[in-house]
Design a protein around this ligand. Sequence first.
Ligand code: SF4
Length: 468
Amino acid sequence: MSDQTLRTPFPERASAALKDTFLQQALGIATTKFIGLRQESFAGFPEGEALRDRARAVKEATLQKLDGYLAELADNVERLGGHVHWAATGEEAREIILRLCRDRGLRRVVKSKSMATEEIDLNKALEAAGVTPVETDLGEYIIQLAHEKPSHIIAPAIHKTKGQVAELFSKELKGHFAADPEVLTAAARKELRQKFLQADMGITGANFAVADTGTVVLVTNEGNGRMVTSLPRIHVAVMGIEKVIPSMTDLMLFLAILARSATGQKLSVYTTLVRGPRHPEELEGPEELHLILLDNGRSAQIAGKLREALYCLRCGACLNVCPVYRQIGGHAYGHTYPGPIGILLTAMLKGDRSVKELAHASSLCGACHEVCPVRIDIPRMLVELREGLDRDRIAPWGERLVFKMLGRVLGSPMLFGLAGRIGRVAQKPFVSDGRLTRLPLVFGRWTRSRDLPPVAAKTFTQRWKELQ
Ligand code: SF4
């Protein structure tokens, strides 16, 4: 995200998104479709609920021995002829890749979709070093042509309508392309084929890495992941350390719920298992395989308040159901990872201060918790994040004061009763048709876009006494 974007306060970014009718249209269509597909898929999969519990338990057990599983993974990748690199920060990960390019004189890179490489802002670093990266996932290719960032974890160009993509292709690929997904996909495929054949290096992320076999697992729907890992001479996989899982049995478990949660598919179209570089008897595959294990703030949260966020499979289901994401889309969040889980991941990677506004970009409705395949309790962590912002005096003083006063009032039956009596009188000028529709001063920021029920004429305690 550009510094300029981050300098714009979140409420302004969100307001701009709300006024963008194309964005609203694109988001509405795509997220509603994803929600429906997920629901349908789990409805016909009765064992799904138990598998979600099991997957959550595996994630927790793996975190408890993360260092052991990572060491086992590294040993097995190296035993198969691969190279393992440990990167404590995004900068270290970028430097490892740049060094590989420099030492081997590489200039052309093809990439398959990877949030980890977005996280470390790899494309910018490659371009600055004279290496040309080409995104080969269709959505990523679109946003690369548009010089934008992904706005969804699994559907990077979700914010674009097909008409906008047709316009972009016509301008960038010098032709006339109809707003027809088949035409646009064929155009991208034609452009990308040469890039695959010319590339010196293929860079991917990793959906999982299996410790006891040293297997790097990629899940895609377009087949580009398979080409990126087999055509270029060198394959580099960048993986957050939390993606390690103990065994192939666990992989079956995660595969059974990942695609269902993401796109409603029983399984993604391609599941690519990479075990080391090409062996002499094999017909295809890279000469070198490098696995970069990226920490970048993750290990600090193993014992931290955001620990559960390390379970995340990056399926994107929580984004689709989030009433905030569905309205403002991914770019308004201003960071690599959008949506409710994105707020937690941003806090993990960049510190709590970076989300002092975003921590409130949730209605805490719990829809994200409900759909998450590993049942991550996102609302609980968001509340704890808000609490920490207040305790560490990161939240603005006005906000801290309001919550302090509210805490006092809610904690004292006497003050609560008094506040109710005052509220009942003070609200009178602002009640219309049984709702509070316009409040004065700072409270008006709430009623600008929604209303509130007025303070009830009688409290529950009064009514209870009357009933008795
Ligand atoms: S938090 Fe859960 S629902 Fe959201 S992307 Fe991660 S795994 Fe998917």
